[in-house]
Ligand binder design. Structure first.
Ligand SMILES: Cc1ncc(C[n+]2csc(CCOP(=O)(O)OP(=O)(O)O)c2C)c(N)n1
Ligand code: SF4
Ligand SMILES: [Mg+2]
Length: 303
């Protein structure tokens, strides 16, 4: 599949890095039902990362990249923060925007891509931290939702400004003491999913990245709804293990604890009627296609 999407120039084939050769040979560009289960059996779209060992953002990146419906026609818009250091290692087009400006950049980009490629569906996906999304960039985030810009916003919520040493963020939980917020947070965690719903997002999901199938479903829903209907938002809890004093192996337990009943990250979804109809029809189509393929394989075996 990848060969139809990316190719090696014959003259340079022998000097291209092995990672690139592998990308051409066995990445999942153009694969219709790509998803997290491809991880391990095909070339991933992330070569390495510069995050702390065990940082849940790294697994979040892998699940998201594996779940994009069409990575070859996707452009990410990133913002300053821990996430931004990862984009140079990612085999999907991406733009680094000024901290907080990501949704304004994405709005312009999506509109431009629509004009430039009227016959190709180009997906735009913002991926930024909580500081960029809900504090410094909240105006841009909300304006893009009010204006019904057709792209997906993903927020890596680690409940503080990690990249600058642990300052308070709007998504930090009340009472939390961080290295650079020693008095403890005075206010409640901002209810961003509810804000997104009220601001006009057609699909909103909040979850941790403890379960790859759930992340895949949320990302696919968000990107497909954004293509057809309007803005979508996915908030993923990716705890900063460095700031909350956890070991590299403890991120998963932290996420699981936070998603149990009464926790801050019990999975939440807000879907408009129109978006739900679209999601249901895509699911039915996928099911029918997979069944037809299975039946055909069975028939070929019998024959
Ligand atoms: C315009 C601008 N203001 C402030 C900064 C400093 N700065 C860099 S990263 C960052 C915090 C990032 O926090 P968040 O968005 O939550 O991402 P995280 O590092 O937690 O993943 C800040 C304030 C900057 N680079 N540019
Ligand atoms: S500082 Fe925190 S969020 Fe940033 S890479 Fe390290 S563990 Fe992850
Ligand atoms: Mg953060």
């Amino acid at each position: 599949m990848s060969k139809e999407k990316i190719q090696l120039c014959d003259e340079f084939a022998d000097i291209m890095p092995p990672e690139y050769q592998e990308l051409v040979e066995s990445a999942t560009y153009g694969k219709q039902d790509r998803g997290w289960k491809d991880i391990g059996s095909s070339k991933e779209l992330i070569e390495q990362h510069s995050l702390c060992a065990g940082c849940p953002e790294s697994i979040a990146f892998r699940y998201i990249l594996a779940s994009l419906p069409a990575p070859e026609d996707t452009v990410f818009v990133g913002s300053t923060g821990c996430t931004s250091l990862v984009f140079p290692h990612v085999a999907v087009q991406n733009i680094h925007s000024l901290f907080g400006n990501q949704n304004a950049i994405a709005s312009g980009l999506k509109r431009t891509l629509k004009c430039r490629f009227p016959d190709v569906e180009k997906d735009v996906v913002v991926l930024a931290g909580d500081g960029a999304t809900v504090d410094i960039g909240l105006d841009m985030t909300m304006q893009s939702w009010f204006r019904q810009e057709k792209f997906t916003t993903i927020c890596f919520d680690n409940e503080l400004y990690a990249n600058t040493g642990g300052q308070e963020s709007g998504l930090m939980q009340k009472g939390f003491v961080a290295k650079m917020a020693p008095k403890g947070k005075n206010f409640d965690k901002v209810r961003l999913p509810e804000i997104a719903r009220e601001a006009g997002c057609a699909y909103v999901a909040m979850l941790t990245v403890s379960k790859p199938n759930r992340v895949e479903e949320a990302i696919k829903n968000a990107v497909l709804v954004a293509r057809e209907i309007g803005p979508t938002f996915v908030q993923l809890y990716t705890p900063c293990i460095l700031e909350i004093g956890k070991q590299s192996m403890e991120g998963l337990d932290e996420m699981k604890d936070s998603e149990t009943i009464g926790g801050r990250f019990v999975q939440k979804e807000f879907v408009t009627e129109e978006a739900q109809k679209l999601i249901d029809s895509v699911k039915a189509e996928t099911k029918a296609r997979k069944k037809a393929a299975k039946d055909a394989a069975k028939a070929a075996k019998v024959g």
